[in-house]
Design a protein around this ligand. Structure first.
Ligand SMILES: Cc1cc2nc3c(=O)[nH]c(=O)nc-3n(C[C@H](O)[C@H](O)[C@H](O)COP(=O)(O)OP(=O)(O)OC[C@H]3O[C@@H](n4cnc5c(N)ncnc54)[C@H](O)[C@@H]3O)c2cc1C
Length: 460
C-alpha cells in the first residue's frame, strides 16, 4: 500500500483509527472463528461519510477492502490477506432512535445485537432476531449474513426484520434506502441487494429494524424420542396445535445431548441420556394461561401417541434457561470440530444425517458426527470431530457432507452464508444461471473487484 493511501486514510479517520504493523496481529477473533488477521492496515471510520471517503480512496487505488463486523461468522467471511485493508465498523456504534409507536429501531451497523435487544426491551418492545453470538455480532454483520437463529420459525430471518438500510458502494456512492414502512412497493427493494450478500456488494452503515410486541407468555419443554420419524411427526403436530406461538423446535442427537449434559458442574441432565433424539419446543405468545394450556395439551397428545419417551416441562425461568443452555452453548460442548449448516426437507434430515455418518465413518472410523439444529426451519448443523485434520481430511469430510446433500436438493448454507469456506460448493445449491447473475451484479457494482473479493463468488 502506498504511503499516500495511508496518509489519505489518516486524514479521513484520524491517526488513532488507522492501525498498521504489530497492532493488527493483536486483533482477536471472538469464538476463534478465523485464524488471525493479516492486513496492511485496519481503518476504523465513525460515520457513513467516513466509510464513503475510505471507499473512494481505496477504489481509486484499486485497494482491496474486507469489512469487519463482530467477526463471528463461521464461513471465513472475514478472511484477509496481507494485501487487504480491513474496514472495521466498530465505531459506528450508535442507536440513533427508537420509535415506540411505529415499533422501529434505527441504528448504526456496529451496534451489537445484544445492545439492540436491550434497547428494545428497555422500550417495552422485542428485537426478534437472536443468536448465540449476540454479545459480539453486530447489526451490520447480522444483516450482511442474513442470520437466522433461534426464533426463525416465529419471526423469520434477519431479512424479514429489516425495513430499510443505508449502504456504501465500492466506489463510495451512498445508497440511502432507509425505508421505515412495513409496505413500500415503490420500485425495486434495494435493501435485499445488501442483506445476505456478505459484504461483497456494499458496506451497510445504518439499518432500520421492525420491532415486535414483547412476548408475555413463555413455555419450554425438553422431550426425548426413540426415532427421528417421531420427531418429524411431532413437528407437524406442534405446527398445527400451536399456530402463531410456536417459536422454536430444536433437535439434538443423543451424542450432542450427552456432551452437553456431561458433568461440568453446571448443566445437570434434565432427562436421562440414551434416547435417539432430544427436542426443545418453545412457545412465545401474549396469554400465559391460554398458551400454557395449549402447550400442555400438546405434550399430553404427543405422549398419548407414543411419540415421546421422556419429557420435562420447564416450570420456572431458571428451568427454561437451563434447557436453552443445553441447546445454545454449542462451542464449549462440541469443542474443536468442522461445523456444517445445511437445509433440506425436515422429513429427510434423519436419513441425511445417517448417510453423512456412514460416509464419514467409511473413511474415518474414529470420527464423531454430531447432529443438532433448527428442525422447525429445515435446518440441521452437522459437526465432525475427532479426526486428525489436514487439508485432505477437510476436503474428504466436505465432500461427504455436501455429496450426501445432493440427492435431497439441499442448500449448502441454511443460515451461516458462503464466505470463502463454501464457495466451491455453491453450484450444488445454485444453478449456473443464478451464479452468473450474482457475478454480473458484483461486476456492475464493483468493477475493480475491491470489496471482500473472492467471498461467495469468484468474480475476478
Ligand atoms: C456462537 C455462535 C452462534 C451463531 N449462531 C448463529 C445462528 O444461530 N444463526 C445464524 O444465522 N448464524 C449464527 N452464527 C453465525 C452468524 O452469521 C454470525 O454470528 C453473525 O451473523 C455475523 O455477524 P458479525 O457482526 O460477527 O459479522 P462478521 O463475522 O464480522 O461478518 C460477516 C460477513 O459480513 C461482512 N460484513 C460485516 N459487517 C458488514 C457490514 N456492516 N456491511 C457489509 N458487510 C459486512 C463481513 O465481511 C463478512 O463477510 C453464529 C456464530 C457464532 C460464533
Amino acid at each position: 500500500m502506498s504511503g499516500d493511501l495511508v496518509t489519505q486514510l489518516v486524514n479521513i479517520v484520524g491517526e488513532r483509527h488507522v492501525l498498521c504493523g504489530a497492532a493488527i496481529g493483536d486483533i482477536e477473533f471472538p469464538w476463534e472463528t478465523h485464524s488471525g488477521c493479516n492486513a496492511k492496515a485496519v481503518v476504523r471510520p465513525a460515520s457513513t461519510e467516513e466509510v464513503a471517503a475510505v471507499m473512494r480512496c481505496c477504489n481509486a487505488a484499486r485497494q482491496t477492502v474486507v469489512p469487519f463486523g463482530g467477526m463471528t461468522n463461521l464461513v471465513q467471511g472475514c478472511a484477509t490477506s496481507p494485501d487487504d485493508v480491513v474496514l472495521s465498523l466498530e465505531r459506528l456504534n450508535a442507536i440513533e432512535g427508537l420509535d415506540r409507536l411505529a415499533g422501529t429501531l434505527t441504528a448504526q451497523s456496529g451496534v451489537t445485537l445484544q445492545a439492540a435487544q436491550e434497547a428494545a426491551a428497555d422500550a417495552g418492545l422485542f428485537f426478534p432476531v437472536d443468536i448465540g453470538a449476540r454479545a459480539n455480532c453486530q447489526l451490520g454483520g447480522l444483516a450482511a449474513s442474513n442470520a437466522g437463529g433461534n426464533k426463525v420459525i416465529r419471526y423469520g430471518m434477519t431479512r424479514d426484520t429489516v425495513l430499510g438500510l443505508e449502504a456504501v458502494l465500492p466506489d463510495g456512492t451512498v445508497i440511502s434506502s432507509m425505508n421505515r414502512y412495513i409496505k413500500n412497493n415503490s420500485g425495486f427493494d434495494l435493501k435485499h441487494l445488501f442483506i445476505g450478500s456478505e459484504g461483497v456488494l456494499g458496506i451497510i452503515t445504518r439499518i432500520i429494524f421492525r420491532l415486535r410486541t414483547t412476548p408475555r407468555s413463555h413455555n419450554v419443554a425438553l422431550l426425548a424420542c426413540d426415532k427421528f420419524d417421531d420427531v418429524v411427526a411431532m413437528l407437524a403436530i406442534a405446527n398445527r396445535a400451536l399456530p402463531n406461538i410456536l417459536s422454536a423446535f430444536e433437535v439434538m442427537w443423543n451424542n450432542f445431548y450427552e456432551l452437553a449434559v456431561q458433568p461440568r458442574g453446571r448443566l445437570a441432565a434434565p432427562l436421562a441420556p440414551g434416547a435417539a433424539q432430544y427436542v426443545l419446543i418453545e412457545t412465545m405468545g401474549v396469554d400465559q394461561a391460554q398458551d400454557e394450556a395449549a402447550f400442555e395439551a400438546l405434550l399430553e397428545d404427543l405422549m398419548a401417541q407414543d411419540l415421546v419417551v421422556d419429557g420435562m416441562l420447564a416450570k420456572s425461568d431458571r428451568e427454561r434457561e437451563l434447557i436453552w443452555e443445553i441447546r445454545d452453548e454449542v462451542e464449549p460442548v462440541i469443542g474443536a470440530a468442522h461445523n456444517f449448516d445445511v437445509s433440506l426437507r425436515s422429513a429427510d434430515i434423519g436419513r441425511y444425517v445417517e448417510s453423512v455418518d456412514a460416509a464419514i465413518h467409511a473413511q474415518f472410523p474414529e470420527a464423531n458426527v454430531i447432529g443438532f439444529g433448527h428442525l422447525g426451519d429445515n435446518n440441521v448443523h452437522v459437526s465432525v470431530k475427532d479426526i486428525a485434520w489436514d487439508e485432505a481430511a477437510i476436503r474428504a469430510v466436505e465432500h461427504a457432507v455436501y455429496g450426501c446433500l445432493e440427492p435431497y436438493s439441499g442448500a449448502v448454507s441454511a443460515e451461516h452464508g458462503i464466505g470463502l469456506e463454501k464457495r466451491d460448493y455453491l453450484p450444488i445449491t445454485r444453478s449456473s444461471a443464478e451464479i452468473e447473475l450474482m457475478k454480473s451484479l458484483k461486476r456492475m457494482l464493483d468493477p475493480n473487484n475491491i470489496l471482500n473479493p473472492g467471498k461467495v463468488i469468484d468474480a475476478a
